[in-house]
Design a protein around this ligand. Structure first.
Ligand code: ADP
Ligand code: ADP
Ligand code: ZN
Length: 229
């Protein structure tokens, strides 16, 4: 038997969906199950902000308003992360990137230059009223970034992380005034990516309104269906 391999076996998966769709929640679990690094552009920005790096300071005002950080800054940051050894050998689960058609084109280009490609884009669909309710009830662990929800995924002990005992906090951009702007930005600037990846035959749609475990199982099935036998 002749084995023809065209890639390194690394997997490049994009989770596409509105703020609050459940991308981070699913990516965290999937990353462990499949041993593929989880890269969240929002987490990268927040980490830079916390450390007060020049990149963090550049991103700050956009994040506070719920606007997108400019494409060139964002693409450079994610590209840097993709070049690290873990992503280079195992691929990546991208969460929150790309968020504009320009970012998607830039991503395609840098992967191509490295002989890599996007394998799959999963679009997690959730209606707008549910998104608002999810974002305004979201709590995050300050220490390990595990995501909770006051109603749908509460911690065992109030305001304390199940995983590490860390303190839980609410993101300032999850306040109702900023949430609506973020959703508007999503519909205007990110939703066009659904057509963009559909046309490339890479898109799979998923009902993100089901409970967390059901979405996780469906996601795993879609990914395994893509794996070479
Ligand atoms: P995103 O990364 O897409 O912005 P998150 O994963 O942070 O979304 O989820 C947003 C909020 O919704 C969190 O509070 C999370 O606990 C909750 N959540 C995620 N998935 C579901 C789901 N399938 N059903 C109910 N709540 C969910
Ligand atoms: P959510 O998925 O809940 O909307 P994220 O954590 O992904 O939130 O993003 C938080 C903020 O970080 C965004 O509102 C935006 O300011 C910035 N950001 C994250 N990813 C990108 C991106 N790909 N392009 C531009 N800005 C981004
Ligand atoms: Zn924690």
């Amino acid at each position: 038997m002749i084995l023809l391999t065209t890639s390194t076996g690394a997997k490049h998966i994009i989770l596409l969906g509105a703020p609050g769709a459940g991308k981070g929640t699913q990516a965290t679990v999937l990353s462990e199950l499949q041993d593929i690094p989880h890269v969240s552009s929002g987490d990268l920005f927040r980490d830079n902000l916390k450390r007060e790096t020049p990149l963090g300071l550049q991103a700050k005002s956009y994040m506070e308003k719920g606007e997108l950080v400019p494409d060139d800054v964002t693409v450079a940051m994610v590209h840097d992360r993709l070049n690290q050894p873990d992503c280079d050998s195992k691929g990546v689960i991208l969460d929150g990137f790309p968020r504009t058609v320009e970012q998607a084109r830039a991503l395609g280009k840098v992967l191509q230059q490295d002989g890599k490609k996007i394998d799959l884009v999963v679009y997690i669909q959730v209606p707008e009223d549910v998104l608002v309710q999810r974002l305004t009830g979201r709590w995050i662990c300050r220490a390990c970034q595990t995501v909770y929800h006051t109603l749908h995924n509460p911690p065992r002990t109030a305001a304390e992380c199940d995983a590490c005992g860390g303190e839980l906090y609410q993101r300032s951009d999850d306040r109702p005034e900023t949430v609506q702007n973020r959703l508007n930005v999503y519909f205007e600037q990110t939703l066009p990516l659904v057509d963009f990846y559909q046309e490339k035959g890479l898109l799979r749609e998923m009902d993100g309104q089901q409970d967390i475990e059901t979405v996780g199982t469906a996601l795993l099935e879609v990914i395994q269906a893509k794996q070479p036998r």
